[in-house]
Design a binder for this molecule. Sequence first.
Ligand code: CP
Length: 309
Amino acid sequence: MHILSANQFNKELLIKLFERADYFKTQELNGEARRRLALTYNGRQVCTLFYQPSTRTRLSFETAATKLGIGVISTENAREASSAAKGETLEDTIRILGGYNLDVIIMRHFEKGAARRAAKVSNVPIINAGDGPGEHPTQALLDAHTIFSHHGRLDGLKVVIGGDLKHGRTMRSLSIILSKFKNNSITFVSVPELQVREDTKKLLSKSGTKFKETDNMQQAFKDADVVYWTRIQKEYISEPDKLPKGAFTITKKSLKTMPKKAIIMHPLPRVDEIEVEVDNDPRAYYFKQASNGMYIRMALLEHILENGR
Ligand code: CP
């Protein structure tokens, strides 16, 4: 049971994972329940194999595993600290890990399609924790859970997605999930050179999900239920200094056109595209969103261990 794309999550599975994540959150509040939970999967092991930097994804997966009693082995900088630095292929690394009788490999890589390559040679379930500018399906899970928890639905939503949409893997995976539900409409906000890619537009058109593109952030905010902001991914851009500075920064002033019902989300890390003064606004949801990540990853690990292996 590999988790490679947000496309694998149907409505039924999403609701089941949301319910389990909510359950795990309540268990956390009770010391005895928390101790019991930590005995659930004693003797099982996962590996976090990260070729790109991460704070949230790696640590929330490792914490989620530990809270379920699952042992964790980890390479946090596999590009330099694993034998990849000596020229070992991804495929060989996965074959080696397969020989250790692990239960799950959670993998982040700098190349689009790397998780799929790994899955082809793996006898262990692979979770794609981000593959270059490809996808980030477990981020989409926590994003969808955050939206569902706040609005009580994943359909009939007006979602504004802004920032670097060309390289953004989180917005792509979230768009895939939104396209599975009815009557959502998405407004993509960016400069023309960083607008949403054709493959995302194609999948939205195919599913009948309405979308438009604009560079007018204030106008886009006006009737939003969700504002999903992202950073400029300088690691993929050859001349990032040529991009307009501050054009897509959410400031306190820019919140004036945003409805009270809206929530502001961001996969994080934030650099300068949401000013720190916005953090105190009740619509600022990005830190709550990040903490939801651990619970939904507990739910996903449970789902794989119960059904995949
Ligand atoms: N949202 C996210 O993927 O964050 P990290 O890069 O810190 O894992």
